[in-house]
Design a binder for this molecule. Sequence first.
Ligand code: BEZ
Ligand code: FE
Length: 280
Amino acid sequence: MRNLNQHTITPEAIERFANTPDPRLKQIMTSLVTHLHDFAREVKLTEAEWAQGIAFLTATGQKCDDKRQEFILLSDVLGLSMLTVAMNNDKPAGCTEATVFGPFFVEGAPHYEHGDDVANGASGEPCEVRCTVRGIGGEPIAGAVIDVWQADSGGHYDVQHAGLDHPQGRGTLRSGADGGFHFKTIVAEAYPIPTDGPVGALLDATARHPWRPAHLHFKIEAAGYEPLITHVFRDGDQWLDSDAVFGVRQSLVADWVAQADGTHRLDYDFVLNRSRPRGS
Ligand code: BEZ
Ligand code: FE
C-alpha cells in the first residue's frame, strides 16, 4: 500500500503482523503498534523528540552489561515491573505478597547453613534474621531453597563494587524440617537506585528521587508451591510511601528490632501458595 498518512499507517502496520504464526506474539505486536501509534499521535511527537527517544534507548542498551541491567531499571521506574508483578501474582489472602525482582539478583550465590553470616564482610550493623516458610494451610515447608540478597550500609550491592572478587550480602539457604531458617547479616538501609546512567538522567529531568526504602530481598522455591520473589521492608523508613520503583506493600513491612547488645533482629514468616495448574 502507498501514500499512507498519519491515520492509515496504523492498520497497515498491524496488517504486516497478520501472518505471525504464534498467536500470542501476534496479539502482543498488534497491541504494541496500536498503542505506540496512538501515543505518538496523542503527544504529537516531533522528529527531534523521536530522535531523542531513540538516543535514550540506545544509551540504555549501551549501559547494560553482565552486572548492570539498565532496561530493568527503566521498566522499574516506569512502574511497568511492578504492574507486571501485580497482574501475575494474585494470590489467596494470607499468602506473602510478591514485589519487584530488581536488577541485582545473581544466580549461583554461595550456600550457607543456618546461623552463618551472609554479609560475608559487607559493611553494616549486625543483624539476625529468623524466618519460617509455610504453605497456605499452615503446613511447614521443609527443604525450600531460599535466596537472600541485600545492599551494604553504603547502599551498594556486591556486584556494584568494582574489583570485589567474592559475593557479599547474598546467599542461599534451605529451610529445615519445621520450615524455619535463620542467618546473620547486616541491617538493611535505604539506598538510591543507580543514577549514573540514562535512567538517572530521566529521574533528574522529571524531578523524581531515586530512593528505595530499606529492604531485604528473598526468592523462595519449594516443590509443589508457587515460587515467591519478594522483599521485607524496614518499618519506619522515610521512603516507604515513595519507593522509586513502586514496590512497597504494607504486608511486607516489618520491624527490625533493636536488641540489648546493639544488634538488630528481624522475624518474618513467609506463606507460599500451592502450585496451580497452568492457566487457572
Ligand atoms: C533492588 O531492590 O535491588 C532494585 C529494584 C529495582 C531497581 C533497582 C534496585
Ligand atoms: Fe534492593
